[in-house]
Design a protein around this ligand. Structure first.
Ligand code: HEC
Length: 450
């Protein structure tokens, strides 16, 4: 007796599956002979069974005939008698019809997913818990349950607390059998477990990458870095007899300098020997109480770094948002007031980085008592920005845009983040991996064993 039930067996045995000119798909072949190849007559029936998980409808029994060239021709097809469902599958079918068929079909989507192959895809215990009480699984943040629940429009499944594990297996085995018998393979039924696993991988990976990214950004320092020589500033204050008012109760509200973390870029300012605008007080010659506000156009979302440069008085100051504004900046008091020398040349420079791009804009102006300056910021490169700054007559101050310390590793992480998006199935929502009561990232994909 020789048997070949898999493609590998057939190839190894040199067996072909041709009927005349037509190719057949085979569920298995067998060959029976006497050991010494004698011509014999069968006086009794021989019962033959071919192992299979499901018999496809329309299968037939063929007789093999060896041709002169050694290949086989399969002839004389006969129908195979319809085998009745085993008692076990019969029981599964009955349980399915009375309990599940109102929402599920064997292998097609309905209110709930087709049940075929669920027994091969999901953990057995998990399936039992889900069918016993899926609402409880969802409430307990079991991520797989939440994923399925959300994939089916957040429709909960009725609970079957008394369905035994054996009965559930019979139902699911019956559904799988029906699918196979109708030629529906696992690849034809959406694999919700596989989609879930992919979602989990995506969420874990992006979480790790985002953590790594924020560590790199935190280690990068700020976008704008200004270096003053404070000794020079104190000397100026002493030389000009400027008194520092220690009584903070009548001090004006002042702006907070814009400080944003650096991602890909940074701007280094060397202002050694220059003074902050707050050293200018009204009693210095030519200096008057003024108002200077700067509006940044260009539609940037976050805060923009702004600088005020007055070369004649060696003034360099970083700006900050005015009280209650989201696109208007000042350089000393929170309403834009400051003391300025009048009628001299000044510059306002605005720069930012957003979504990996560098932005720059500058405006030259002549100081006056009250003015509102608009600066348009545009996408640029650090080379273009540095060239544009060189065109301004800023004196001996150095302002230079460069690559941030961790720009390369952040770029690598960002490209991995972009690639990981391929893992993300449609229904994937990473919040299902966070339990409400926990602040950390926890995975609750494992079934809760009771
Ligand atoms: C009232 C409608 C309804 C009935 C009745 C019902 N289900 Fe469901 N079932 C659903 C819905 C909807 C989902 C998917 C959403 C969810 O609840 O998580 C689901 C999901 C499932 C899942 C998990 C998802 C998957 O891909 O297989 C299994 C297993 C399941 N049902 C088995 C059963 C069995 C077994 C029965 C009968 C004993 C049954 N269901 C009866 C509505 C129902």
């Amino acid at each position: 007796m020789k048997e070949a039930y898999t493609i590998a067996d057939m190839v190894a045995g040199g067996l072909t599956t041709k009927a005349g000119d037509q190719l057949l798909s085979s569920g298995g072949m067998f060959f029976i002979n006497t050991p010494d190849d004698k011509d014999i007559t069968l006086s009794k029936f021989i019962k033959v069974a071919i192992p299979t998980t499901a018999r496809q409808k329309g299968m037939q029994l063929y007789k093999g005939e060896a041709k002169a060239d050694g290949t086989m021709d399969w002839i004389d097809p006969k129908p195979i008698p319809e085998a009745p469902l085993s008692d076990y599958l019969q029981k599964g079918k009955a349980l399915f019809s009375s309990n599940c068929a109102s929402c599920h079909r064997e292998y097609k989507d309905a209110t709930g997913p087709g049940l075929a192959y669920a027994n091969e895809r999901f953990d057995k215990l998990w399936l039992e818990h889900f069918v016993h009480n899926s609402a409880e699984m969802v409430a307990n943040h079991d991520a797989l349950s939440v994923y399925i629940y959300k994939s089916y429009n957040s429709t909960p499944m009725v609970a079957f607390p008394n369905l035994s594990g054996d009965d559930l297996s019979a139902i699911l085995n019956y559904a799988t059998y029906e699918a196979r018998a109708n030629g529906i393979g696992p690849e034809q039924i959406p694999d919700i477990k596989k989609a879930f696993d992919s979602c989990r991988k995506y969420c874990e990976l992006t979480h790790v990458l985002e953590e790594a990214r924020s560590r790199q950004v935190a280690d990068n320092g700020t976008f704008s870095n200004i270096h003053y020589d404070t000794a020079v500033i104190w000397q100026f204050i002493a030389d000009n007899g400027i008194t520092i008012d220690d009584d903070s109760s009548n001090a004006p509200a002042v702006i907070t300098h814009t400080e944003v973390p650096s991602e890909y870029y940074k701007v280094e300012v060397n202002a050694q020997g220059w003074y902050n605008v707050d050293v200018l007080v009204e009693d210095l010659p030519g200096v008057m109480q003024s108002e200077l506000t700067v509006r940044v156009a260009g539609g940037l979302k976050g805060e923009v770094t702004t600088y005020l440069v007055i070369p004649s008085h060696k003034i360099f100051s970083a700006g900050g948002l005015l009280t209650g504004k989201s696109d208007m900046y000042g350089f000393y008091e929170a309403d834009g007031k400051l003391s300025l020398p009048q009628g001299v040349q000044g510059y306002v420079i605005a720069t930012a980085e957003q979504a990996g791009k560098l932005y720059y804009g500058a405006k030259e102006f002549t100081t006056a008592i009250k003015q509102d300056i608009e600066v348009n910021v545009l996408v640029t490169t650090k080379e273009q920005m540095n060239a544009a700054i060189k065109q301004l007559e800023l004196g001996d101050i150095a302002i230079e845009a460069g690559k941030s310390k961790n720009a390369d590793s952040i770029a690598r992480i960002d490209s991995l983040l972009k690639n990981s998006a391929q893992l993300k199935p449609q229904q994937c929502d990473c919040s299902i991996f966070y339990a409400e009561h926990d602040t950390g990232f926890i995975l609750e994909a494992e079934p809760r064993r009771r």
